[in-house]
Design a protein around this ligand. Structure first.
Ligand code: PEP
Ligand code: MG
Length: 538
């Protein structure tokens, strides 16, 4: 039997199925219940859920402290004011506790799911996850089975964040999900780990067996059950090519990427959270070239406090030390919206109120982040980067903010590193054109080819219909890259690339020929990029 889904992370695998069963969490609406008794049932279930989440946190934190954070987020969600108000109102109206939980969680998840931003849409899964836990407890159902000890391909309707965290990553060879988009949890995890993933299998998913062997191809989206001898041989060939490629690339993990001319190039990792830092090191990252700090904001139910940010930055810096870590300040707005941060709807959000534009207009947000960053700087080698710069005035304003925060910390006797580097993203045509002037005011440039391509080609990066125009290899984009690199070096600063095209090995020769000093890519792509640098023609 051959079924097709959407290939979301490439590679091939054959292994036993580990089916993560969808528990029967269906809920009937019952009216005329005693509010007091149902409230008691609800409170008891919540207590039990908090206990389970604490246990899961402890268990996961021992192996992966950062990954355990998802359980903290779930705990916070149980106290989310909108969610609690909804439950209370339903209980007060005489509805049963299961229905009160479900209706309130659905309202919140639907709201999150309706947002344009893919990361926020992903948060809807967390709401369903934690409300599912409450409903399961209320219905008296046990949690699903433990993962087997052998290698597996995980099959699930949609992988919940808490299920993802519980998986033993070393045993998972691939993922297949009934629902899910190319930015769902399973895909992000698969890409970071470098294993195949197929999403959106749809109704055909129900025909898949719950056990036995299965073959998948994350490039073509094929899922093969009970293959004939010929089909099996064909898949084994694909698996071998994939494994061989991974094996061949392994030797590049820990080498230093040097061009044939003897120039050292840093190959770093792009990460979205503390959890990815160890994965980055495992794939041989020379540092972190882009920590998208906005994920901390998107994962929270409110603005993350200075303390929470400090802990996250400190943790990544400590894990990577003495290697450098580029932390990008908040890049909210446009395709990344947080519900608690009420940005009014805009005609052209990509050209609107976003990133540094928000930070400079709402200094309390910026100050909190700068304080957290500076305080964390003593734990490793910090490089701070500012997104969406379009003119010199912004850089000068930023420098004033940094000087003020430093004076504040000095007055409070709080230590910070004296050699933090401050750089900017070159991701607008304006910044590329003015890079000669900008280079005089900063310590480094990092070229964001995703936005630079979008703005140079006037082509929305999210619009599949104009994929051909959104081309990071277009000569117009490449000219901007060349100009930026030249101006950086003429002013004695380094220049990196952290957009997706940094991992495009067909462009490595060009990047090396213009003297790019650092390429920052998703962790699993590091070995292939190092290999490309080693054999590049400068
Ligand atoms: C970019 O624009 O290339 C970039 C790296 O930033 P983001 O994709 O987060 O906008
Ligand atoms: Mg960008």
């Amino acid at each position: 039997m051959l079924i097709k889904g959407v290939g979301a992370s490439p590679g091939a695998a054959i292994a036993h199925i580990y089916f993560i069963k969808q528990l029967d969490l269906s809920v009937q609406k019952q009216e005329g219940k005693d509010p007091k008794a149902e409230t008691e049932r609800y409170e008891k279930a919540k207590e039990q859920a908090l206990k389970e989440l604490d246990e899961l946190f402890e268990k996961t934190a021992a192996a992966d402290p950062a990954a355990a954070q998802v359980f903290d987020i779930h705990k916070m969600m149980l106290d989310d004011p909108d969610f609690c108000d909804g439950v209370e109102a339903a209980l007060g109206a005489g509805l049963n506790a299961e229905y009160a939980v479900k209706s309130s969680a659905d309202a919140l998840a639907d709201f999150l799911g309706s947002l344009e931003n893919e990361v926020m849409r992903g948060r809807a899964a967390d709401v369903r996850d934690v409300s599912g836990r409450l409903i399961r407890i209320l219905k008296g159902i046990q949690e699903s089975s433990e993962m087997p000890a052998e290698d597996v391909i995980v099959l699930a309707e949609d992988l919940l964040p808490s299920q993802t965290v519980k998986l033993d990553r070393s045993k998972v060879l691939g993922f297949v999900t009934k629902r899910g988009s190319v930015t769902s949890h399973s895909v992000i995890l698969a890409k970071t780990m470098g294993i195949p993933c197929i999403v959106g299998v749809g109704e055909d998913f129900d025909q898949l067996p719950r056990s036995g062997e299965i073959a998948i191809d994350g490039k073509t989206g094929e899922v093969l059950v009970s293959p004939s001898d010929n089909e099996r041989a064909d898949f084994l060939r694909r698996v071998n090519i994939f494994m061989q490629m991974k094996e061949d690339l392994k030797k590049y993990r820990d080498v230093i990427a040097v061009t044939p001319n003897g120039r050292k190039v840093k190959v770093c990792a792009n990460i979205g959270g503390v959890a990815d830092a160890d994965t980055a090191t495992g794939f041989g990252a020379d540092g972190i070239g882009l920590f998208r700090s906005e994920f901390l904001y998107l994962e929270s139910t409110g603005f993350p406090s200075e303390e929470k940010q400090f802990e996250a930055y400190k943790s990544v810096l400590e894990r990577l030390a003495p290697k450098p870590v580029v932390i990008r300040t908040l890049d909210l707005g446009s395709d990344k919206q947080a519900p608690y941060f009420d940005i009014p709807e805009e005609e052209n959000p990509a050209l609107g109120y976003r990133a540094i534009r928000i930070c400079l207009k709402e200094p309390h947000i910026f100050r909190t982040q700068l304080r957290a960053l500076l305080r964390a700087s003593v734990y490793g080698k910090l490089q701070v980067m500012f997104p969406m710069i379009t003119h010199l005035g912004q850089v000068l304003e930023i420098k004033n903010f940094v000087a003020e925060i430093k004076a504040e910390l000095d007055a409070e006797g709080i230590p910070y590193s004296r050699d933090i580097e401050f750089g900017i993203m070159v991701e607008t045509p304006a910044a590329a054109v003015m890079s000669d002037e900008l280079a005089k005011e900063v310590d480094f440039f990092s070229i964001g080819t995703n936005d630079l391509t979008q703005y140079t080609m006037a082509a929305d990066r999210m619009n599949a219909k104009i994929r051909d125009i959104f081309n990071p290899a277009d000569p117009a984009v490449l000219r901007f890259i060349e100009m930026t690199a030249k101006n950086a070096h003429a002013n004695g600063i380094w220049v990196g690339i952290c957009g997706e095209s940094a991992a495009d090995t067909t462009l490595t020769d060009f990047f090396m020929s213009v003297g790019i000093d650092e390429l920052s890519v998703s962790p699993a792509s590091i070995p292939a990029v190092k290999k490309a640098v080693l054999s590049s023609k400068e």
